[in-house]
Design a protein around this ligand. Structure first.
Ligand SMILES: *[C@@H]1O[C@H](CO)[C@@H](O)[C@H](O)[C@H]1NC(C)=O
Ligand SMILES: *[C@@H]1O[C@H](CO)[C@@H](O)[C@H](O)[C@H]1NC(C)=O
Ligand SMILES: *[C@@H]1O[C@H](CO)[C@@H](O)[C@H](O)[C@H]1NC(C)=O
Ligand SMILES: *[C@@H]1O[C@H](CO)[C@@H](O)[C@H](O)[C@H]1NC(C)=O
Ligand SMILES: *[C@@H]1O[C@H](CO)[C@@H](O)[C@H](O)[C@H]1NC(C)=O
Length: 247
């Protein structure tokens, strides 16, 4: 059988253009719903803009996102309302080192899921996410009577003032005071004085870029998918054409 290279080329072009679907089709299946996005939940609730800003600037938001994806234990968050930040003594947040800001945010996170009916079963002191994993390093105490849930850090006493979110893995409660860790705000005499020069230059993360972090990655993933489909088609077409050529 006689085949001209021109005919082969024409066939390849014909077959390539005959697969318009692969190019314009939207990504086949929608990605499975990822882990719960704490920031999004707080944004929806409304009155947590300062806490959201801190979650992002300290990198704790991303940490929680990863934790919710990889852990079966779940997370409980005591989210301080905006008014609780405005009632802090002026300059309180700015007086903290980067590391202490991370600790402050993590101090509002319990590394397990606590439903509103489980508060009375907790035993004090309760480990928070702050500091190293040594038990009791940054502890909170929780006491209940009836439906009232009291929290104390030793420096701050407050009461849970609302349920923001709960899905069996993540629970978010509103508190109307910022929980100040005793280790930072009222270190006891035996405790080592907080070193003023700790890791000042750890990682600096801007509020602004964290919202952009994921979209480019998602987009390039989608492109990669489309690209590989297209490559498969091309390989297939060339194989068919070659087979036909050698017949
Ligand atoms: C969630 O965890 C899985 C497996 O540990 C990992 O493959 C995936 O990339 C993670 N997803 C996100 C959005 O972090
Ligand atoms: C909770 O706090 C309130 C007000 O601070 C107090 O009156 C109450 O006794 C506390 N209850 C518990 C169980 O600690
Ligand atoms: C928390 O509870 C533990 C155990 O009951 C107690 O020893 C500790 O003093 C309490 N701390 C505060 C700040 O209430
Ligand atoms: C917190 O409550 C405890 C007892 O419930 C009390 O002894 C302590 O003075 C309170 N601290 C503050 C800062 O209100
Ligand atoms: C979570 O939601 C916020 C606000 O909707 C968004 O800026 C952020 O990129 C999301 N984070 C992740 C890891 O998807």
């Amino acid at each position: 059988m006689e085949s001209s290279p021109f005919l082969l080329l024409a066939t390849v072009l014909l077959l390539l253009t005959a697969t318009p679907g692969t190019h314009s089709q939207p990504a086949a299946a929608p990605a499975p719903p990822g882990p719960t996005n704490v920031t999004k939940i707080l944004e929806k609730a409304g009155q947590f803009t300062v806490f959201i800003r801190l979650l992002k600037s300290t990198g704790v938001a991303n940490q929680l996102y990863g934790q919710l994806n990889n852990s079966d234990n779940g997370i409980t968050i005591f989210a301080p309302s905006d008014s609780s930040f405005s009632s802090l003594k002026a300059g309180t947040l700015n007086s903290l080192t980067d590391e202490q800001q991370v600790e402050l945010v993590q101090f509002h996170v319990i590394p397990s899921y606590v439903s509103s009916s489980n508060f009375q079963t907790l035993s004090n002191p309760l480990r928070t996410q702050a500091g190293d994993s040594a038990d009791g390093h940054f502890p909170l105490n929780i006491t209940t009577s009836g439906n009232t849930v009291n929290i104390t850090s030793g420096v701050t006493n407050t009461t849970v003032s609302g349920n923001v979110y709960s899905d069996g893995q993540l629970a978010v409660y509103q508190v109307d005071k910022v929980l100040l860790p005793q280790q930072v705000f009222d270190p006891r005499p035996p405790a080592p004085a907080p070193a003023p020069t700790v890791a000042k230059t750890k990682k600096k993360k801007d509020d602004g870029d964290s919202s952009d972090d994921d979209s480019p990655a998602d987009a390039s993933y989608a492109l990669r998918e489309v690209g590989s489909v297209r490559n498969d088609v091309l390989v297939c077409v060339i194989s068919i054409s070659l087979a036909w050529f050698y017949l």
